[in-house]
Design a binder for this molecule. Structure first.
Ligand SMILES: N[C@@H](CCC(=O)N[C@@H](CS)C(=O)NCC(=O)O)C(=O)O
Length: 228
């Protein structure tokens, strides 16, 4: 591992997958430099950023000239390349496969369902000054509920973290999505003690890196509350 160079990451910390990457980097102390890309200002659509990622999305990582997009791929690359505790992405094939099993599921379940609630309650009203569409929100909350049921009954069944006895990149991706609806003060885990205990375990495992990454989201929540 080269110690003199830094991993460069392009992030907006209001973005859930960006926070997951940021938390991993800070928690494991991988030397890195953050380039802020403000989505609300359209900085992901500049010619310079588009050259880096033609899909115009964050996060993006550049490691010694190697450009990588997709949080899932970035997290797994970082823990494989750098000398970080093995629990983040275990080497044992069966344990690693459990992490891959969750992360594959995540992108069509936890991510879209939690993100939609935030989009309907915070992003769209902020962008277009419109009222929250209550019918769409109700439907989104029902879909999210089905996902939360699965997290409890399948992934957290008889184990403290999503993929076993210790925290992995799967927990990182999941916690960042499940925090997102807090942008409007909505705690989607409030009636779910099993998931609340998991969230506390994840937060204690991550320490300050969790709070640092979520500061922007909490600022959005505070502004949202001040509007009411
Ligand atoms: N599957 C990608 C999703 C990346 C993504 O959707 N990023 C959003 C922010 S959360 C983005 O850059 N959106 C800008 C846009 O679509 O215009 C990942 O996990 O990295």
């Amino acid at each position: 591992m080269a110690t003199s160079r830094l991993v460069e990451v392009y992030l907006d910390l209001l973005s859930q997958p960006c926070r997951a990457v940021h938390i991993l980097l800070t928690c494991t102390k991988i030397p890195h430099r953050v380039h802020s890309v403000a989505l609300r200002k359209g900085e992901h659509r500049t010619a310079e950023f588009t050259k880096l990622n033609p899909m115009q999305k964050v996060p993006v990582m550049v490691d010694n000239g190697f450009v990588l997009t997709e949080s899932d791929a970035i997290l797994k690359y970082l823990v494989t390349k750098y000398n970080v505790p093995e629990h983040w992405y275990p080497w044992l094939p069966e344990r690693r496969a459990r992490v891959d099993e969750y992360t594959a599921w995540h992108h069509t379940n936890t991510r879209p369902h939690a993100a939609k609630v935030f989009m309907l309650e915070v992003l769209l009203p902020a962008q277009f000054g419109a009222q929250v569409d209550q019918d769409r929100l109700e439907r989104a909350l029902l879909e999210l509920d089905a996902t939360l049921d699965k997290l409890e009954s399948m992934f957290l069944r008889r184990q403290p973290f999503l993929c076993g006895d210790d925290i992995t990149v799967a927990d990182l991706l999941a916690i960042c999505e499940l925090m997102q609806p807090l942008g409007s003060g909505r705690d989607i885990l409030k009636d779910r003690p099993q998931l609340q205990h998991w969230r506390s375990r994840v937060q204690s495992a991550l320490g300050e890196s969790f709070d640092e990454a979520h500061a922007v989201l909490f600022a959005v929540r505070d502004r949202w509350r001040a509007r009411l």
